[in-house]
Design a protein around this ligand. Structure first.
Ligand code: GDP
Length: 195
């Protein structure tokens, strides 16, 4: 899919503030610093897009972007700020859980995973929760340019196999790099087919 337009629409603090449109929505979430803003900008082909709404204090908001006038990219607040393994709570602020559990427009969640690390408990638990809720999700591994291809492959394989133990089936996994631009075409084609 070619991106011809990408515009910030609005920020929502809860389900009631979400746009009253019927566009299919694709949501992006991950730990803080995973590379979410960079990936959103890469997908949109616009460097500053994901920064548009990033005013201080806006981190708990769900940000909506209208793409090609036909679908929406949704930037969800990150999870994993707390060091306590028990505390996946940060990912379940009202805005996030309200959106994920109630939004009819939602077609698929992209869970961003830093490809440099071995599987992290908080990411696995978040994916497990999505599976439990029967929410469709795929994985997008970020920063794949930062390590050797073989290492990326083994980290991705380890994550997918750990995940297979907690939920049925293996989710689709995309390998992305905002430095090389790799993965952009695959992610956009997937969205084009899923909308
Ligand atoms: P966010 O907090 O998840 O929105 O993460 P950012 O998009 O702000 O990225 C965090 C840091 O990782 C920044 O310094 C980015 O330049 C860097 N980064 C993000 N994606 C990539 C990537 O694919 N390759 C490399 N080399 N660096 C990346």
């Amino acid at each position: 899919m070619k991106i011809t337009s990408a515009e910030f629409e609005t920020s929502a603090a809860g389900i009631d503030d979400c746009p009253a449109w019927s566009l299919p929505e694709f949501a992006f979430i991950g730990r803080s610093n995973v590379g979410k803003s960079s990936l959103l900008n890469l997908l949109a082909g616009r460097k500053g897009l994901a920064k548009v709404s990033s005013t201080p204090g806006a981190t708990q908001l769900v940000n909506f972007f209208r793409m090609n006038g036909s679908w929406a990219l949704v930037d969800l607040p990150g999870y994993g700020y707390s060091k306590t393994p028990q505390s996946i709570r940060a990912g379940f602020q009202e805005a996030v859980s309200g959106y994920l559990l109630n939004r009819e427009n939602l077609r698929c969640v992209f869970v961003l995973i830093d490809s440099r690390h071995s599987p992290q408990e908080i990411d696995l638990r978040f994916c497990g929760w999505l599976a439990e809720q029967s929410l469709p999700f795929v994985l997008a591994f970020t920063k794949t340019d930062k390590l050797k291809a073989g290492k990326v492959k083994s980290n991705v394989g380890a994550f997918v196999s750990d995940l297979a133990e907690i939920c049925h089936g293996e989710p689709r996994a995309f390998l992305t790099s905002t430095k090389s631009g790799s993965g952009r075409g695959e992610v956009l084609d997937f969205i084009g087919q899923a909308m």
